[in-house]
Write a protein of this length. Sequence first.
Length: 291
Amino acid sequence: MRFVLALVVILCANAALASGPETTVRFGLTAVVVTDNMRLLDRWAIYLSGKLGQPVEFVRRRSYRQVMDLLRAGEVDMAWICGYPFVQPRDPEFLELLAVPVYRTRPLYHSYIIVHEDSPYQDFGDLRGSVFAFSDPDSNSGFLYPQALLIDRDERPESFFRQTFFTFNHAETVEAVAARVADGGAVDSYVWEYLAKLRPDMVGRTRVIHRSPVFGFPPLVARIGLDPDVTRRLAEILRGMEDDPEGRALLAGFDLDRFGHYSPDLFDDIRSMAQRVGAALPLLGAVERSR
């Protein structure tokens, strides 16, 4: 009898060790997410945790580069990043596309060039000699696209603008322009429009003078080393939010229609632009040195 009881205890202990504590899924957030509404993010973490059956924890970092480094090191499991870091070459590849937000019926957005509402600037070309705020060195809308605009003019930021700086946050770029710290700035259209509802007094002091062509909306990605079953379930949970009352309420809070399944080809325009900018900048530098 003692042997049987001992065997039962051992088997139970082994089962407990095998199941172990619930592994936390770490979700990296970047400047593409407006973090003013922390209560909404808390609700989303609770929702994802409940659906997944294990804790989901948000990890906020100031720059895209920091979040990409965490993904590379395996210190976060998934992240909401930008199309520009998504298309950058990696060897070995450590990311896979999880889901793409659908905004106003399309998985697309713009880069906006904004100025103060009272400024005389009417076009991007009018900003020559001004102070300009970029959002992040790895942002498509906040840095890559305005660089492409400058390349079309055979210019670089240092030759076109009097001064530039990075805010590392789209919301802070809007704030810098609204407060006249910068004459102009480049921002994510979704963030600008979301903030227009959340902080209308601030955004109302800015206006858009240039809209880019559409690009693939900043995606959600998972690191390739994550348990494939967890990756699959996360994708299903995100894409199923529109069919769930609490999920729909959260999507409405983010001003999104849904999260959808799309091919990485959605970001080919950003990839082509990144290649064009990367090829042109050294040539432009040589031209400027010869002047």
